[in-house]
Design a protein around this ligand. Sequence first.
Ligand code: ADP
Ligand code: MG
Length: 828
Amino acid sequence: MSRINPEKFDWERIEKALQVESEYGYKNIQGKLYRFSEFLCLTFGDTPPVTNLLVAFRWQETAKKFARYSHLTILEREDLINQTLNLIGEVKEMIVNKPYYHPVAEEVKSLAVAEVKPPSNTSVAPVTLKLDDPVTLLKAISLRQGELLKKLQIVTIRDLLFYYPRDHIDYGRQVNIKDLVAGETVTIVGKIKKCDCFSSPKNKKLTIFSLIIIDRTGEVKISRFFAGNFYSNRGWQEKMKRQFPRNAIVAASGLVKQNKYGITLENPEFEVLNSQGGNINSLKIGRLLPVYPLTDGIPADVIRNGVMEAMVALPQISDPLPVILKQQYGLMELQEAIARIHYPEDQDQLSHARRRLIFDEFFYLQLGFLQRRQEQKESRIAVSFTPNGRLIEEFNQILPFSLTNAQKRVIEEIIKDLQSPSPMNRLVQGDVGAGKTIVAVFAILTALQSGYQGALMAPTEVLAEQHYRKIVGWFNLLHLPVELLTGSTKTAKRRQIHGQLESGELPLLIGTHALIQDPVQFRNLGLVVIDEQHRFGVQQRAKLLSKGRSPHVLSMTATPIPRTLALTLHGDLDVSQIDELPPGRQPIQTTVLTGKQRPQAYELIKREVAQGRQAYVIFPLIEESEKLDVKAAIAEYEKFSEKIFPNFNVGLLHGRMSSADKDKALNAFRDNETQIIVSTTVIEVGVDVPNATVMLIENAERFGLSQLHQLRGRVGRGSHKSFCLLVTSSKTPDSIQRLNVLEQSQDGFFISEMDLRLRGPGEVLGSRQSGLPDFALASLVEDQEVLVLAREAAEKILLQDKYMQGENSLKDELQRRYQKLIGNEILT
Ligand code: ADP
Ligand code: MG
């Protein structure tokens, strides 16, 4: 793309063509060589011979419109031609007044003598700023401002262009003066009836500039205030008055305000026009004006002007996205999308631009995930296990129930992975009680019967113990040893376990974080199972894997997350869903209660316990004040055991108790020695007492929906009808609405989807270890549809060209973007 040399530019021919086209009724007339629109496209070029950025920008916009000329209606064509004639008039005037000179080009030369060679044929020096040039090469941005922009991570021109506005102010609505309504941002165009500019009599440092503007429908007085000595200067004030002479046409934009003097515009922007309907050259008037998140010392206009200048001065921004994808998904060109996200002509264009840029954010993330998955599969060699063997056969025979179809399907998927020499990295999602443990056992036995060891890691002692208890029963029948290792395992036992692991005598170790502590050495670890995987950090997971040579990995979670979140967090994993509960489960009747209705809850508990059932009473625990909450739990426990249910045995469970005491409390509950257990959320995951039928949760509004669903899953595990009572003192409609979701649904996926919509991804995942990529525009709630398309597109790319050999620019862009998004949250 080159800049047009104004001396060689054939103004007359263009003007002639425009005139002729208008005389012939805008029919896109055919000339000797070209149609009218083709001729205009060719002669207009992309970059005009002028220095005024906005004019340059409008020039580009106009050129683009001629490319679509044949699609325009006659009226639109007429408009376009009039605008173009105006524009040419303006540009000619600028050139006559000022010989061709390009300050941007000068700036490049003077600032970067060392690196940038001045172009050799200087008569039409094209300004070739590059995306990776520092922003300070732009005229709009000084070196000092460049320093400040670093705080916003803006260093290069690319950074600046990808620094998207957080919003736009719509100055585009042009209204009549009589129709001004407070609260709207609008533009009015009218004649200047009176102009004043003077220092405030009360405060000499304040200068008041005011215009009375009239149009066919009325008149309005609009003022603007300037503070500082600079403006108190008579000369400046007189100059302002000369710029806004009586009867000149002026456009004014701003927020309409009603004050005691009547209606006016607040913080207005003014611009005098050449004629009624003349073009407006202000960045602000009549447009959607971008608004940026800013840092101290950077006026908004610096970024606005910088972006505008960069767009005019940059050569084509290359678009790495294959054309076919753009066509298929109806995506705007990258260059255009960037221009439009900053300076859209209307809301529609803005949303198209957003869609393209959001697509990119998702697309490169997914491409990165998929590529990483592929690399992992190819770079590491795992052991391939034999699918059939003695252990699996025997286990099938001792199974106390038949597997659900979902369990069968997922087991098949896992065993297929385990037969392959590329390491498995699979996540099993399944609602509470869907029966994940047994699925994991199938995987473990597959490893064991091939002569390898397995490890199962759970996030809490309670959970690890429960897995152990269940698995040890089955393993005894199969004559297989299994051990439990947690923080409270005694030293002697610990030593014994370490020894047996190293010798290979011990085929399976179940435990907590203790599993990854250093002295633990396996002889030949072939499979790692991580339960509630989201509760572990990346490092912890990685450490467990390092205990073997490329072990297969099976992760499990009972906190199903919506597909969009799953794709964003674990796009590099294979995901299996156990989307079916074992037969005979009854829905848990769930009710939201106010504090006043609490006695109803106690009645229900009494009735159930009288019939031999058991109940949980849960108090929320906030980690920062764990001590306090423990105190509260103890106080509640006393209240329950002494006042409310003096006739029943009440137990207590909280995180500050020693493991032995926790065990005791849980065992007592399991054995029905205590009928009611007052607990903090330590009970949350996995605890399995089928005789419990009531779950009462206090301050339910403090929990996320998925967590409540988890807690609720502690009941409804036996054959009796079960109840969940959510007590809340909150009266905000939001939290009541949220809790109502649980009354209506028992489906963990649906619940987490609703939680996502109502609270947003950060809250749903828990901000602490959410690991969510930092998207600039994309929202995991609003833009789900685009995410799914982007995933599909990324899959297509790799399917066609596994190593993206024909796509160098795509690879470069991937590298730039993926690393930035994913940071160091990489699970190796
Ligand atoms: P979760 O998916 O929450 O980890 P568990 O694996 O703890 O679920 O299983 C919950 C309960 O359901 C356990 O008591 C388990 O033995 C039982 N269970 C698992 N699969 C089935 C099945 N196919 N039929 C009947 N009961 C099952
Ligand atoms: Mg489980």
